[in-house]
Design a protein around this ligand. Structure first.
Ligand code: ZN
Ligand code: ZN
Ligand code: ZN
Length: 139
């Protein structure tokens, strides 16, 4: 898919978000990458925007089903773009996260086949799997 500033604007509007410069900057940065971004990376991209605005922007993206928390390290949260399955109502994720121990990148990895996890007597609400190792770029 070709990502243009117009398609990024349309995506924001489809989630009833005004296309402000900060929102456009963060969302297009995420669209251009194939890995998750940390909060400090977002700060570097939008270095003239204050922390509070950035936090609010990120939170509104999470609420609207545009991005999700992909991974939480000791000091940082990594955010990744959602697929079209996610909406303002709910996130539908059927993928896992891969954390490369060499380049430190976190990516969303979609499985070819759905994996069903069954825990008898437990009611599963969310499955959150992170695998670490060497990614295909580093291998
Ligand atoms: Zn999502
Ligand atoms: Zn790597
Ligand atoms: Zn993900």
């Amino acid at each position: 898919m070709n990502i243009t500033i117009e398609s990024t604007k349309d995506l924001l509007r489809s989630r009833k978000l005004k296309a402000t410069p900060t929102r456009l900057e963060i969302l297009s940065a995420l669209q251009k990458r194939n890995s998750a971004v940390t909060f400090s990376e977002i700060q570097n991209i939008c270095n003239d925007t204050d922390r509070v605005t950035l936090y609010r922007t990120i939170q509104s993206f999470v609420d609207k089903g545009l991005i999700h928390k992909a991974y939480q390290s000791e000091d940082e949260v990594h955010y990744a773009l959602c697929s079209h399955n996610c909406s303002s109502e709910a996130h539908f994720h059927n993928h896992l996260h891969f954390k490369c121990t060499r380049c430190k990148k976190v990516t969303c990895e979609y499985l070819e086949e759905e994996v069903k996890i069954i825990l008898p007597k437990f009611q599963i609400e969310k499955v959150d799997i992170t695998i670490s190792g060497i990614c295909k770029n580093c291998n």
